[in-house]
Structure formats: C-alpha cells, structure tokens
Design a protein around this ligand. Structure first.
Ligand code: 13P
Length: 287
C-alpha cells in the first residue's frame, strides 16, 4: 500500500529534485562553454592569430570558477576534456595537467572586471608587430574600432606568466577591452567568449589596415568631433562602453598641434599629419 508523504518529506524530495535539476543545468552550461573554447581555439589557429602552442582562452563558469586552456598545447586542436577548471586563485579543481602559464593575467581581469566573462590571449602577427615596435593602436581612424574598443593601449613589457605582466596591465584593465602587450601579443575580454574573440579579430584587422595605410601615404585621422559623434552612437549600436573623445589620444587636432606622446608614434607622424590636414579641409565642423 502506498504510504502518504508527510509535508516535511515532500519538501525534502522537492529540494533534492531542484538540486538535481540545478546540477544538470550547470553540467550542460559547462559542457557548452568547453565546446565554445575548443571552437574559438580552432578559429584562432586557422586564422593565424596563434601558431604552435601560442595563446590561451578562459571563461567564467560561475562566480567562483573559471574554465581555462592547458599550458603548452596547440589551441587549434583542443578537445573539451583537455580544459581545466580552477578557482579564482588559479588552484586546479578539475582536469589533468597544468593550466595556462598566463592564468594570472586571466585572473586579474576576472578580479577587476565583474562584467568580464571571457578572455582571449593570442599573438596575431600584425597587432603583435605594433606591440613589438612599441606602438599603441590609438589613432582615431576606423569608426568600428572607435565605437567598439576606443583606444587599444600598449601595456609596457612584463615577463609573460608573472605578476610583472599583471602590474603593467592593471592600470588599463578597468577601462579597456583590448590591450597590446609589449613584445608579446594581445589580450581581449568580453561579456562572453564570442565578444572577446571578435575583439581579438578586430584588433588584428585594425593593425593590418593601419599598416597598409602607412604604405599608402598614411591614414586619414578623424577629428575629435567625429570621434565624439561615434562615441555618442555607442548606445545605438548596443555598446555600453563609457568614454569621451579623450579616449583616443590621436585625432587630427592632436596631430596638427604636435600634441602626441613619443611612445606610440615612431616614424609615421608625417603620414598621419598629412591625413589630418586633408580632413581639416574636407569637414565643415573644423571651422
Ligand atoms: P600557455 O600555453 O601556457 O597558455 O602559453 C601560451 C602563450 O601564448 C604565452 O604567452
């Protein structure tokens, strides 16, 4: 004969069922995140943003744990079971082998940016060439980049995998979603892995275009007013970055006034200034 459940027993069973459902949901989320990391690793490798064992990826699983790529393996050939789960101190909770040697850099972003859910680090050849040449990507040139990223600053060199690198990044992390690492590569972050990865692609594309423009006489640099208009359009494009025209150090006005730091500019001032002069003639806003 079927025994009637007491109220307390029923409540206990309900809680158990809810916990089981929650465990299944978390397992499904984690397996989807594992799949995403493998796909992005493949894509980075195929597009030449990394070669050999370069680069690393991570995502937040929940407030206490991240999923990260293992060290010293090709990120183009990852399988979901290769990834490691660590806590926010980098202690491995699940998975074999060692996590990325750059885990400190990933944890720095997660600690300083509650909005960040994913990190991509790679060595895209042209953007890395800018980083090697000591040049930030801070010219106001492409609307897409101004809207989505603002300035892409250059963090001074720090030994990869150490606190030295984190110290050089720390002042930039709160206000930038993409950063060049001097003599090293690029790191990007996002509200999910797709956003972080798209930013990585955008940085490399911007660097390629800027380099090509140098060969064609130098880029046409936008005015501060045009930068302001693009920043004002961020909400229209669903971009939540805060900021103002001072976000981009190099506008046509700063070039015309010679008000540019020597660090990010090397030999291209002449080409850029030519572009600035062109714009000041062609735009009605410049008086
Ligand atoms: P890991 O394989 O340890 O993640 O390192 C790759 C890399 O790109 C270091 O900068």
């Amino acid at each position: 004969m079927r025994r009637c459940e007491s109220g307390a027993e029923k409540a206990g069973v309900d809680i158990q069922r809810a916990e089981t459902r929650q465990r299944h949901r978390s397992a499904a989320v984690e397996s989807e995140l594992r799949r995403q990391i493998c796909n992005v690793g493949r894509s980075m490798y195929r597009r030449g943003l990394v070669v050999a064992c370069e680069g690393n990826l991570s995502v937040r699983i929940d407030p206490e744990r991240i999923l990260v790529t293992p060290t010293a393996v090709c990120k183009g050939h990852l399988a979901p079971q290769d990834l490691l789960v660590t806590d926010l101190n980098g202690i491995v909770k699940r998975g074999a082998g060692r996590p990325s040697s750059e885990i400190l850099m990933h944890l720095l972003f997660y600690r300083l940016r509650p909005d960040v859910q994913a990190i991509c680090h790679a060595h895209p050849p042209t953007a890395t060439a800018f980083a090697v040449a000591g040049r930030a990507l801070d010219e106001a040139v492409l609307p897409e980049v101004i809207v989505n990223l603002g300035t892409i600053p250059l963090a001074p060199y720090g030994t990869p995998g150490t606190w030295e690198l984190c110290e050089s990044l720390e002042p930039l992390v709160a206000t930038h979603d993409a950063i060049l690492l001097q003599n090293h590569g690029v790191v990007t972050c996002g509200g999910d892995l797709a956003a972080a990865y798209q930013r990585l692609e955008t940085v490399e594309r911007f660097a390629q275009i800027l380099l090509t423009a140098q060969f064609l006489g130098g880029p046409h640099v936008l005015s501060g007013l045009n930068v302001q208009k693009l920043i004002a359009a961020r909400s229209f494009y669903g971009v939540s970055r805060a900021g103002d025209s001072s976000e981009l150090r190099i506008t046509s006005e700063s070039l015309a006034g010679g008000n540019i730091g020597s660090f990010s500019r090397r030999s291209s001032n002449a080409g850029l200034a030519k572009g600035a002069a062109k714009e000041s003639h062609s735009l009605p806003f410049n008086g």
